[in-house]
Design a protein around this ligand. Structure first.
Ligand SMILES: C[S@@+](CC[C@H](N)C(=O)[O-])C[C@H]1O[C@@H](n2cnc3c(N)ncnc32)[C@H](O)[C@@H]1O
Length: 183
């Protein structure tokens, strides 16, 4: 239920998910639900040693494996709803990109996760979340999109990535209404 996947995401889906990571500067990237690292490796390739990459993963075995495989990634074994505390404890300021591999179940209950993500982002920050095509009309998925539209000025749905099992698409949310001002 918590992993909610039969296979890791494909290279094609990972490329779509990390496209918001800037190719210049020292971006701060937060990854939620890294699993076995499909998006982690794509983010690391894109950062190429720049910036800061924080992973929040609930499963301690996945978290330990990510920490071992990617020594420069700051891995926190915790629930994504604790994101504000996790960032505060590490002195992480406004976040440039949040890449979420979380399943729908992670979005149920309080405190609202999307609101926490929106508050953590810089004004020009980007949030990407994938969804399997066959789940997109289900109530939890529609609720998530409603939440994104409430918290972000722009929510774009990408074309389907057919080379993923199951096929998936990505919600790209920009301009958080409750963005963190730069220090
Ligand atoms: C669908 S898998 C995605 C893994 C990987 N990002 C990928 O695309 O292949 C979801 C991951 O989110 C983690 N997860 C689920 N609920 C979580 C939560 N509340 N906080 C942090 N991680 C969570 C699971 O342990 C799992 O590794």
């Amino acid at each position: 239920m918590r992993t909610a996947a039969v296979l890791p995401s494909s290279v094609g889906l990972a490329a779509r998910m990390v496209a918001g990571v800037p190719e210049r500067g020292e971006p701060v990237v937060v990854e939620l639900g890294a699993g076995t690292g499909a998006f982690t490796s794509a983010i690391q390739e894109r950062l190429c040693g720049r910036g800061r990459h924080v992973v929040v993963e609930l499963n301690d075995r996945f978290a330990a494996e990510i920490a071992r495989a990617y020594p420069s990634v700051e891995v926190v074994c915790d629930h994504a709803v604790r994101l504000p505390a996790v960032l505060a404890e590490r002195g992480v300021g406004p976040v440039d990109v949040v890449v979420s591999g979380l399943p729908w179940i992670a979005y149920t209950g309080a405190p609202p996760l999307i609101e926490s993500v929106a508050r953590a982002l810089a004004p020009d920050g980007v949030y990407t979340q994938f969804a399997y095509n066959w789940t997109r009309w289900a109530t939890p998925a529609r609720r998530l999109v409603d939440g994104l539209r409430t918290e972000f000025e722009e929510v774009v749905t990408t074309m389907t990535v057919w080379r993923n099992l199951p096929p998936a698409m990505v919600y790209v949310a920009r301009r958080p209404r409750a963005a963190q001002a730069a220090p």
